[in-house]
Design a protein around this ligand. Structure first.
Ligand code: C5P
Length: 226
């Protein structure tokens, strides 16, 4: 059944700034936030911890279907343990994009993602929020940035966490992940028809957030009777 709860979808490649934009828009509107990438990262982490291979499709689908995960403020609990920081590690991100190619994994997470749609509204960030999970969302946003800029941002974040990596290796990893996310058969990364395109290469997060809020106000004004 169609839901009347509004959704703004924010999709885009890794380190494009979509998470920051989605969080800023959700805070400004007082809406719920879904970081769908965290669910794929949770499946990857649970698989890594249980020794399930990242190409064992049926076993991964079972891990996704029985995922004991909970979002509690800034904490993300897996079997009761806060794994929020561990989820951001590069090995978990790479494994997430590997497990995300399997239809059984995506199917297992589909309803779980839709349950986040609660009043007064939801901002959902990921790869297929506008194309597959919330195709009826009244506003869809697609965020991009050059691969070089995204690698530089990731580098800064990791250095701040004391993790030493080269920009070159990050650039290679991002390109591999983009390639896998954009070319998979199931729910490939691409802008939804009619999506608002935002390039954050040379644009601060605040400006992007303001752009989305202005588009949302415009969409609401168009739909409500005057
Ligand atoms: O957004 P984030 O980098 O946390 O996502 C990790 C991985 O999870 C992505 O590279 C992608 O393969 C997968 N993902 C997905 N669909 C989503 C969100 C994330 O396939 N809606």
């Amino acid at each position: 059944m169609a839901s009347t709860v509004p959704v703004i979808t924010v999709d885009g490649p890794a380190a494009s700034g979509k998470g920051t934009i989605a969080a800023g828009v959700a805070a400004a509107l007082g809406w719920h936030l879904l970081d769908s990438g965290a669910l794929y990262r949770l499946v990857a982490l649970a698989a890594l911890e249980r020794g399930v291979a990242v190409d064992a499709a049926p076993a991964l689908a079972a891990v996704a279907a029985t995922l004991d995960a909970e979002f509690a403020g800034d904490a993300i609990l897996l079997g009761g343990r806060d794994v929020a920081a561990r989820l951001r590690d590069p090995d978990v991100g790479a494994a997430a994009s590997r497990v995300a190619v399997f239809p059984g994994v995506r199917q297992a997470l589909f309803e779980r993602q839709r349950e986040f749609r609660r009043a007064p509204g939801l901002v959902a960030d990921g790869r297929d929020m506008g194309t597959v999970v919330f195709p009826d969302a009244p506003l869809k946003v697609f965020v991009t940035a050059s691969a070089e800029e995204r690698a530089a941002r990731r580098h800064k974040q990791l250095i701040a966490k004391g993790i030493s990596v080269t920009i070159d290796s990050l650039l290679r990893e991002l390109r591999e992940r983009d390639e896998r996310d954009a070319n998979r058969a199931e729910a490939p990364l691409r802008p939804a028809p009619g999506a608002l395109l935002i390039d954050t290469t040379a644009q601060a997060a605040g400006q992007s957030i303001a752009e989305v809020l202005a588009a949302w106000r415009g969409a609401t004004a168009t739909r409500s009777p005057s």
